[in-house]
Design a protein around this ligand. Structure first.
Ligand SMILES: Cc1cc2nc3c(=O)[nH]c(=O)nc-3n(C[C@H](O)[C@H](O)[C@H](O)COP(=O)(O)OP(=O)(O)OC[C@H]3O[C@@H](n4cnc5c(N)ncnc54)[C@H](O)[C@@H]3O)c2cc1C
Length: 277
């Protein structure tokens, strides 16, 4: 039988982790508990993070947002400042799972699962999110872009917990776009997804573009060549098509039950053509 520990605060969490170094932490359980059931996992010690107040909530300061790792998607979607300031993330959250899943699933769980199809990952990449990883003895800050090393693999060390996500406001990026292609509109794992932030001058010239794709590589895919091809140009179908060709070259999709690699690459690159629509 599995055993579940329910710390009420961070000191209690550190003490549980010290006494049970093999324990697995979880938040909403929408990934971990599903995987455990599939593997008939038994005799595990689990530590549930959901009652730890320090890990939940959203704080805004001058530069951006601090988001507790165990903040649920529903909480984030109900936050008017998140919807207003970072619609690229809000749009991704609104496509994720279904209302019951969004009530339970957390942003930290989505990051730590490190799925190539994790819907929050492309927006968090283009937003240059930083992660605060904590242990009893201190914390370190790791950029999300270096955190996920392979499907399901992260830089988290034993006993370390993701406590906060830091997002700076994307000042001046008037175009914030997220789009996901799935087999249906709800409860659909991404066949391909794309998040984009584009900053333009008053004359409409692209000064900076940050673009990231999900589900077309072992981790989030970026294309510096596509971003460079957009910079200095005016948004137009021809400019976007040239950038889409370059983006397709950066992708390394796989065939699976949801789609072929060829389809994935084509549809993911073509998502670029929708920027600004
Ligand atoms: C029906 C269904 C539909 C879904 N649809 C989508 C979808 O459309 N898009 C999508 O991206 N995902 C989807 N998911 C997957 C899942 O809901 C998300 O990945 C979710 O964000 C996981 O969050 P959680 O809190 O439930 O994670 P958990 O299951 O609690 O944990 C997931 C992993 O992260 C680790 N972990 C969790 N929190 C922390 C922390 N703070 N520090 C360190 N490690 C931690 C756990 O050890 C575990 O390995 C779906 C799942 C289900 C069951």
């Amino acid at each position: 039988m599995n055993r579940v520990l329910l710390p009420k605060n961070l000191p209690e969490l550190w003490s549980f982790l010290e006494n049970e170094p093999e324990a697995r932490v979880y938040a909403g359980g929408t990934d971990l508990l599903v995987q455990m059931r599939a593997r008939c996992a038994d005799n595990l010690v689990l530590i549930c993070l959901e009652r730890i107040a320090e890990l939940t909530g959203i704080r805004e300061d001058e530069d951006g947002f601090w988001i507790g790792a165990c903040t649920t998607f529903r909480h984030l979607l109900n936050h008017p400042r998140i919807r207003e300031q970072i619609p690229v993330l809000a749009k991704a959250l609104s496509t994720l799972g279904s209302p019951p899943i969004r009530n339970m699933a957390t942003i930290g769980g989505n990051i730590c699962t490190a799925s190539p199809a994790g819907d929050t990952l492309p927006p968090l990449y283009v937003l240059d999110a930083d992660l605060i990883l904590s242990t009893q003895s201190g914390e370190r800050v790791v950029p999300l872009s270096g955190f996920i090393t392979a499907p399901g693999k992260t830089q988290l060390e034993r006993g370390e917990v993701l406590t906060q996500i830091r997002i700076k406001k994307p000042e001046g990026y008037r175009v914030q776009h997220f789009e996901k292609v799935g087999q249906r509109k709800a409860l659909a794992c991404a066949i391909a997804s794309m998040a984009a932030l584009v900053k333009t001058s008053p004359a409409g010239v692209i000064e900076s573009a940050r673009i990231a794709w999900g589900s077309v590589g072992p981790t989030v895919v970026v294309s510096p060549d596509a971003e460079a091809a957009l910079t200095g140009k005016t948004l137009s179908p021809a400019v976007l098509e040239a950038a889409a060709d370059l983006a397709g070259k950066a992708m390394a999709p796989i065939d699976d039950i949801r789609a072929t690699a060829v389809y994935r690459r084509r549809v993911a690159a073509n998502l670029l053509l929708r920027i600004g629509t």
